[in-house]
Design a binder for this molecule. Structure first.
Ligand SMILES: Nc1ncnc2c1ncn2[C@@H]1O[C@H](COP(=O)(O)OP(=O)(O)OP(=O)(O)O)[C@@H](O)[C@H]1O
Length: 200
């Protein structure tokens, strides 16, 4: 899998957040997008995910029909919300229906995957913020889609949850992983670093 990004530029009102970003991302590699607060890391991730459109340039998933690009991507970010009124089981069933999770995913396997004590009737909104983050990342990591885009994945995590995350992520090294981050452990995990300040 290759994601080819060419001459990507994005501006809000009259100000460019990203200018002429060109890069080729490949499966089997992990990429950290770094830069100060407000520098455009999340915007770049959203452009790569094709959640938002650029003012100039293009994002191409080489060999994949544009219409199907979204079905290759798993995306976890603070602004991508879970459905808070659902239980974990209802949420899991929805994601299976949408083909985000494989048909084989079960509530038991998911609870084991994220080290969660079963509580089938608890609504998502009643979990702590750290647990909600873990559920969100658990869904992303259990998905069998080949591209994994993560925005500040370990925010809210204690040491044990961080350890869980990096172990699970390390098992997915064959994927194309892009992490927008300023967190040293997330940046260190990645094989390539991209400074957004180089594209201003
Ligand atoms: N929808 C929007 N409308 C207007 N401005 C926006 C919008 N989205 C982002 N911006 C602006 O674009 C700039 C880059 O924001 P972005 O969230 O991409 O930065 P970031 O590097 O991810 O920041 P942080 O490290 O704080 O998460 C900021 O100045 C932000 O205010």
């Amino acid at each position: 899998m290759e994601i080819l990004v060419q001459n990507l530029s994005k501006k809000f009102r009259q100000e460019f957040v990203i200018q002429s970003f060109t890069y080729s991302f490949h499966s089997g590699n992990s990429y950290a997008i770094t830069g100060p607060n407000g520098s455009g890391k999340s915007t770049l991730l959203q452009l790569i995910a094709q959640y938002t459109l650029p003012n100039k340039g293009s994002v191409e998933m080489v060999g994949i029909d544009d219409e199907l690009a979204y079905s290759q991507i798993t995306y976890a970010a603070p602004y991508v919300e879970l459905i808070e009124e659902y239980t974990l089981q209802e949420h899991l069933e929805l994601l299976k229906k949408n083909k985000y999770l494989p048909p084989s995913a079960s509530i038991e396997s998911f609870e084991a995957f994220i080290d969660l004590q079963p509580n089938r009737f608890k609504l998502i909104k009643n979990y702590s913020s750290g647990m909600r983050q873990k559920i969100k990342l658990g869904f992303a990591l259990l998905s069998d889609r080949p591209v994994l885009l993560l925005d500040e994945p370990t925010t809210n995590f204690d040491e044990q949850a961080k350890e869980w995350f990096f172990k699970r992520l390390n098992d997915q090294r064959e994927k194309l992983i892009i992490i927008a981050s300023n967190e040293i452990s997330e940046i260190t995990f990645c094989s390539e670093k991209i400074s957004i300040s180089d594209f201003k």
